[in-house]
Design a protein around this ligand. Structure first.
Ligand code: BES
Ligand code: MN
Ligand code: ZN
Length: 517
């Protein structure tokens, strides 16, 4: 896979300002025109210059706002320019705002052709607005935001266009200043963040591939490649023959309309000795036309993103292997293309899933739950301590939560609680939807055990209820509906460029770091 936007180096340096050489120094300004305290490290000349500009109202300090200033003569510093960068209101600072600030640094440096830059932002300690005693991990957040914003997807730009784009991408090196005693500790954290961001980039790269370029077999080939790069990952691919032998009609039926055969991809990583196993399942519909229950034309192109859950599983496994985490994980991605054709499944069809549960397929566009049914059952055969699935499953979840949180459902309160915490910490927020037993009534079928749609209301929940039928009740399981969070077509935040967000990789990395190692 391409390595898009992974050429930015970020390092931590100690706080001796006069020794820094580079194209710019970024200084943070709170909304209202107050400079960050660490400005005092820059000497009187710079301090006076900055204060004067702020008094004159050159910058208000709202989040992401910026101005460039020439270095005052005789300042004693060795950077060419000063950048004043707005941090927003002091009272609303959060980890996420520092990710955005890191993202703005990347954007700005590319735009004004800065190759190396230092920042004071990380020199002050900042605290969460809502909980004043809680420290914001500023270095981590700035680096993460800067790296996430540096991603770009230009695999399909032809040479001339690509060259242009590359010239617009001159930013190479960000130095984060920290107090001397914290340098080594922050360095270690940066290595982790880098491994995680690489996983996000892989997830984005995979998910951004259009349907004609990456089909289910293509995704399987990517899994084999991942194993080659990281031998600790063992890949098993089921093709049609094996799917049939395993009775996985859910995956087969969804794939039956396409010229591209479906696959079930399993990636095992076992470096955790006798520690419990985590299973992560991701929906891998490489394109979702709806099938015979064809979707409308508007926005159908976005359905190349219908494998964002699967892409996140790939990204997560790469992160785990790159960072050599001592854990046991199995990643499972059911991959299929949902197309209408003479061989496609029909509304009204009845299929038998690998678990033995029969399903009446009343809408072929509710295909995600059909492939996940077999994948979840397959996951359960590994006897994991927990299963987490990620899927762009329902438009209804988008209606409910928009793009600010993924939908969270499941059967194990402590697992869900841990995921909520990881969501808060990473900014990849999840929000719980109820799974009252009454909702299960909505997917009862007259001809089979269950049907694959539950009617107009509570669509995200009835989809979750459908999935719940494929895990045992005592099997801890969580379902994350990422339909609203998986991709962004507007790019309103600098660390989420247009296209696939890679959502799930940072969420589950955090979840693993805090609860599985
Ligand atoms: N992949 C879609 C869900 C989706 C919609 C994801 C929009 C991202 C953006 C899924 O396969 C689907 O088509 N779901 C149907 C289910 C319905 C037929 C019960 C939907 O949400 O309309
Ligand atoms: Mn669909
Ligand atoms: Zn779909």
């Amino acid at each position: 896979m391409d390595k898009n936007g992974q050429n930015l180096k970020i390092s931590v340096v100690n706080g001796a300002v006069s020794s820094w050489k580079g194209d710019a120094l970024v200084i943070g300004i709170y909304e209202g025109g107050e400079a960050q305290p660490a400005l005092a490290h820059c000497g009187k000349k710079v301090e006076n210059e900055v204060r004067k500009r702020l008094e004159e109202g050159w910058l208000r300090g709202s989040l992401g706002e910026s101005i460039l200033l020439p270095l005052p003569t005789g300042s004693g510093l060795n950077v060419s320019r000063l950048i004043l960068l707005g941090m927003g209101k002091k009272e609303s600072l959060s980890t996420e705002s520092f990710r955005a600030i890191g993202g703005y640094i990347t954007q700005l440096c590319h735009r004004v052709q800065i190759e190396t830059c230092h920042t004071l932002l990380s020199l002050d300690s900042h605290h969460k607005a809502k909980n004043k005693r809680q420290h914001i991990p500023v270095v981590e957040a700035l680096a993460e935001g800067a790296w996430l914003a540096n991603y770009r997807f230009d695999s399909f730009k032809s040479k001339e266009n690509k060259k242009e784009e590359r010239e617009e991408f001159p930013f190479k090196q960000l130095h984060l200043a920290v107090p001397g005693e914290r340098v080594s500790q922050e360095k270690k954290r940066l290595t982790e963040i880098e491994g995680i961001v690489h996983g996000v980039a892989l997830a984005r790269d995979l998910a951004n591939q259009p349907g004609n370029v990456l089909n289910p077999e293509g995704l399987a080939a990517q899994a084999r490649q991942l194993s080659e790069r990281f031998p600790a990952i063992k890949t098993t691919i089921y093709s049609e023959k094996m799917l049939a032998r395993k009775g996985m009609q859910g995956i087969l039926a969804v794939g039956s309309g396409s010229q591209s055969q479906p696959r079930l991809i399993t990636m095992e990583y076992r470096k955790g000795g006798d520690r419990p196993l985590l299973a992560v399942v991701g929906k891998g519909i490489t394109f979702d036309s709806g099938g015979i229950s064809l979707k409308g034309g508007e926005g159908m192109g976005d359905m190349k993103f219908d494998m964002c859950g699967g892409a996140a599983v790939f990204g997560l496994l790469q992160t785990i292997a790159e960072l050599d985490w001592p854990i046991n994980v199995v990643g499972i991605v059911p991959a299929a293309e949902n197309m209408p054709s003479g061989t496609a499944q029909r509304p009204g069809d009845v299929i038998r899933t690998a678990k033995g549960v029969t399903v009446e397929v009343l809408n072929t566009d509710a295909e995600g739950r059909l492939v996940l049914a077999d994948a979840l059952y397959h996951a359960s055969t590994f006897k994991p301590a927990a299963i987490v699935d990620l899927a762009t499953l329902t438009g209804a979840c988008m209606v409910a939560l928009g793009s600010q949180a993924s939908g969270l459902m499941g059967n194990d309160n402590s697992l869900l609680r841990q995921l909520e915490k990881a969501g808060e910490a990473t900014g990849e927020r999840v929000w719980r939807l109820p799974m009252y037993s009454e909702y299960q009534e909505l997917i009862k079928s007259t001809v089979a055990d269950i049907k694959n749609i539950g009617g107009r209301w509570a669509g995200a929940i009835t989809a979750g209820c459908f999935l719940s039928r494929f895990v045992e009740e005592k099997q801890a399981w969580a379902h994350i509906d990422i339909a609203g969070t998986a991709y962004d077509t507007s790019s309103s935040r600098p660390h989420y460029p247009k296209g696939a967000a890679g959502v799930g990789v940072r969420l589950l990395s955090r979840f693993i770091q805090t609860h599985w190692m």
